[in-house]
Design a protein around this ligand. Structure first.
Ligand code: GYE
Length: 345
């Protein structure tokens, strides 16, 4: 009679080693993931930490740099399996992405919420699935702050204040001071933390100047196309615009297009003063040329900060609720040295 016992033992051991032990170790996690690059691998084979990232979109140069900082860090070589989803500026796409991360039982969810509200339900689902959520760039307004572990980003209110102080400096350097300074504002995405903070910070400086007249704050959605469109509309509506506060460089590029089309002088002693945000390289070149009077840095390199937080959590260390990334203001006084350093010369 064939030795069935030996076969049974071998069969049992096979099931034990290739199915039961991994199942116990990794729970009911999916055994393979479609990575952003499309190569399906089984992280359990490589013990990779699976990170699901939902990015706002690719609306600006800053966003591209922010995405690059994430993709540079979360690589298989560094021990991570990155699932990256671009929401194309739609909150419903971010919610869908977070739900797909939950169903794939990733280890961490990282996302930049396009606007602050509308996240309670999906973040509650992540909490119930015991998946930690890390916010980058923008914040969420939720009933229960335990729905996310930490937020890493910029102090947008401080950025707005720095813009106001830069305008004070520009005006003080002009010989012919104006009785009234007419200011137009191009705002970013409605309800985004960066828009809200920059608006609040600038307003806190503007309200101390009785002769600063804010003509209008218009929503140009952080894009170059909308920046140009809105600047054209503002130029038609207002006879005099002395200052443009543009809440990101992409909108500034569009606004400069519109101003140059109308042959409106920019900068110098009498031209429109432009104060911008993000300080991306091509904008800093315009600072050097005198077209942008000041550009408030918004550090996009948050990937490395997220990784530090994940490393802390992996080793059981406590993490803070907020991490601010360092920033400064670029003007003609300091921009050339910075660009030189960046170019590695
Ligand atoms: O200024 C802009 C991007 O939230 C800081 O979003 C971010 C902003 C940034 O579209 O370029």
């Amino acid at each position: 009679m064939k030795d069935w016992t030996g076969n049974r033992i071998r069969c049992f051991l096979t099931v034990l080693v290739f199915f039961l032990i991994p199942y116990l170790l990794f729970g009911c996690r999916k055994v393979s993931f479609e990575s952003s690059e499309g190569d399906a691998i089984t992280p359990m084979d490589k013990n990779l930490i699976v990170v699901g990232v939902s990015q706002v979109g690719s609306e600006s140069v800053w966003r591209t740099a922010n995405t690059a900082s994430i993709q540079k860090v979360f690589t298989k070589e560094n021990g991570y399996f990155l699932i990256f989803k671009n929401a194309r500026q739609k909150q419903e796409n971010q919610i869908k992405a977070i739900r797909s991360f939950i169903s794939q039982r990733v280890d961490y969810i990282v996302f930049s919420p396009i606007t602050e509200t509308g996240w309670d339900t999906v973040l509650q689902e992540a909490k119930e699935a015991n998946i930690p959520v890390i916010l980058i760039d923008r914040k969420v307004k939720v009933q229960d702050d335990s729905l996310y572990v930490t937020w890493i980003g910029s102090d947008f209110i401080h950025e707005g204040r720095m813009a106001g102080e830069a305008l004070e400096e520009c005006l003080s350097q002009r010989k012919n001071t104006k009785d009234t300074v007419h200011i137009a504002i191009l705002q970013g995405t409605k309800g985004a933390t960066s828009t809200l903070g920059r608006t609040q910070g600038f307003a806190s400086v503007a309200e101390t100047h009785k002769n600063w007249n804010i003509l209008e704050a218009s929503d140009a959605q952080f894009t170059t196309a909308k920046g140009e469109e809105e600047m054209e509309r503002l130029l038609k509506r207002y006879k005099t615009i002395d200052v443009l506060i543009s809440q990101n460089d992409d909108m500034t590029f569009g606004a400069i297009e519109a101003l140059q089309k109308e042959k409106i002088p920019i900068g110098g002693e009498d031209g429109i003063i432009i104060i911008s945000f993000d300080a991306v390289k091509n904008a800093l070149k315009l600072v050097e040329e005198g077209l942008i009077a000041a550009d408030v840095e918004c550090n996009p390199n948050q990937g490395e900060y997220v990784e530090k937080v994940i490393k802390k959590m992996e080793s059981g260390e406590a993490v803070a609720k907020l991490y601010f990334v360092p920033e400064r203001v670029f003007t003609r006084e300091n921009v050339s040295a910075h660009l030189l350093k960046e170019s590695g010369e």
